[in-house]
Design a protein around this ligand. Structure first.
Ligand code: PRP
Ligand code: URA
Length: 204
């Protein structure tokens, strides 16, 4: 879990039922940017020569083009710009999934990632990790396509979702800014923040 005073502050605003769409979108964006600093901490860098005004020195660069951000539609889209602000050369793939209301099983409707996935590392974004079904399915699709290293980045996670990921994809690091208490009988995270997609896009 990423523990930071700014994240705690912004997640509290995000949870607030009185936070409206515009502010909700801005908060998701800012939280994603703050989290991206930690999520990208383990990325490899390559050395190159930099000419300062005084002499040459060793520089380091992250190969952003080798990293692909994969939002899970819809709500994961809200995190894209925040991460891209730190690593603008990243590629972006998309995975379309929604949870069936009665079974809570994920239904897939879209999959598009850049070519040569085996040469890339992936960061999957979704604000909510509830049962973990959607994130687990998204990661399975990426693996089936031959994806290299995969990280998962969510804002609020339920213990059930974290456990599901540990069982299904133990090698995938899960970054979350809040570990919440539980799921309710409808699969919503408690205390949570409600339906992230609906609050982001005003479809409540
Ligand atoms: C939400 C959320 C996750 C999923 C989490 O998406 O954005 O993708 O539910 O639940 P899970 O961990 O139990 O799978 P939703 O299905 O509401 O689709 P939407 O983003 O299009 O609203
Ligand atoms: N999806 C959401 O958007 N919110 C939840 O609490 C659970 C799943």
């Amino acid at each position: 879990m990423i523990d930071h005073p700014l994240l705690k502050h912004k997640i509290s605003l995000l949870r607030d039922v009185n936070t409206q769409k515009k502010e909700f979108q801005e908060l998701v964006d800012e939280i994603a940017m703050l989290m991206a600093y930690e999520v990208t901490a383990g990325l490899e860098t390559e050395e190159y020569e930099v000419e300062t005004p005084l002499e040459y020195t060793k520089g380091h660069r992250v190969r952003g083009r080798q990293i692909t951000l994969v939002p899970i539609l819809r709500a994961g889209l809200g995190m894209v710009d925040g991460v891209m602000r730190l690593l603008p050369t990243m590629r972006v793939g998309h995975i379309g999934l929604y949870r069936q209301h009665d079974t809570l099983e994920p239904v897939d409707y879209y999959f598009k990632i850049p070519p040569n996935p085996e040469e890339r590392s992936f960061i999957v974004t979704d604000p909510m990790l509830a049962t973990g079904g959607s994130a687990s399915a998204a990661i399975s699709f990426l693996k089936e396509s031959g994806a290299g290293a995969i990280r998962l980045m969510c804002i609020v996670a339920a213990p059930e979702g974290v456990q599901r990921l540990l069982v299904d994809h133990p090698e995938v690091p899960v970054f979350t800014a809040s570990l919440d208490r539980a799921l309710n009988e409808h699969g919503y995270i408690l205390p949570g923040l409600g339906d992230a997609g609906d609050r982001l896009y005003g479809t409540l």
